[in-house]
Design a protein around this ligand. Structure first.
Ligand code: CA
Length: 216
């Protein structure tokens, strides 16, 4: 899952991005409104975390322009004294908001809910044969036994599971699994796919030659 965080306070931006990466997300960052809008328009994100007060272009303006061109879950970050803003944010098409200073666990929980909703999945647990993917605990079990996956492997499984029965192209996987800071070594999609097959069964991820990958 690839997230864009738009936030102009450098410390907050850095710590939020780092915490999200530790949760296994691919994270791009933008420090002002123009950069944020540009990335949001041009790259495929699974969700956007958007601060309200931003230089160059504020969160409302980004939301307004984005809503006219694409549907992407947006979590707004608002200050405590911007109570009216929250109502305005939800009216303008924000999907949810958290109030600063926020608890990271709350951000994670709301983000997971937004991503599930974005994929039209209402439940936290996705069952595929004898494999269970728990999107809250971010754990995978096979035949009732926990399977150890790396953060990237988990993200790959979750993305395919949320888009089950769809053929997901390699380009789309690259876009959603890796971020602008990833180096070429971590970009080895085939290695991640092969590792997941070793752990969850060779037939778990099906290759559609020339098209992409699929969980059936
Ligand atoms: Ca700000």
């Amino acid at each position: 899952m690839r997230i864009l965080v738009v936030e102009d306070e450098p410390d907050l931006l850095r710590s939020l991005a780092q915490a999200l990466r530790e949760e296994g997300y691919a994270v791009d960052t933008a420090a002002d409104g123009e950069e944020g809008l540009y990335k949001a328009e041009n790259y495929g994100y699974d969700a956007l975390i958007l601060d309200v007060m931003l230089p160059k272009l504020d969160g409302w303006e980004i939301l307004k322009r984005l809503r006219s061109i694409k549907k992407i879950p947006v979590l707004m970050l608002t200050a405590r004294d911007q109570l009216r803003d929250r109502v305005r944010g939800l009216d303008a098409g924000a999907d949810d908001y958290v109030v600063k200073p926020f608890d990271l666990e709350e951000v994670f929980a709301r983000l997971r809910a937004l991503i599930r909703r974005g994929a039209d999945k209402v439940t936290n647990v996705i069952e595929i044969g004898d494999v269970r993917v728990d999107t809250v605990a971010r754990r995978v079990c096979r035949a009732e036994k926990p399977v150890e996956l790396t953060a990237r492997e988990y993200t790959l499984v979750e993305f395919l599971a949320l888009h089950r029965a769809e053929v997901v192209t390699r380009a789309r996987l690259y876009e959603h699994l890796f971020d602008e800071t990833d180096d070429t070594f971590s970009n080895l999609l085939d290695v991640h796919v092969s590792n997941v097959r070793k752990k969850l069964g060779a037939a778990f991820i099906v290759t559609r030659r020339g098209h992409g990958y699929c969980i059936e």
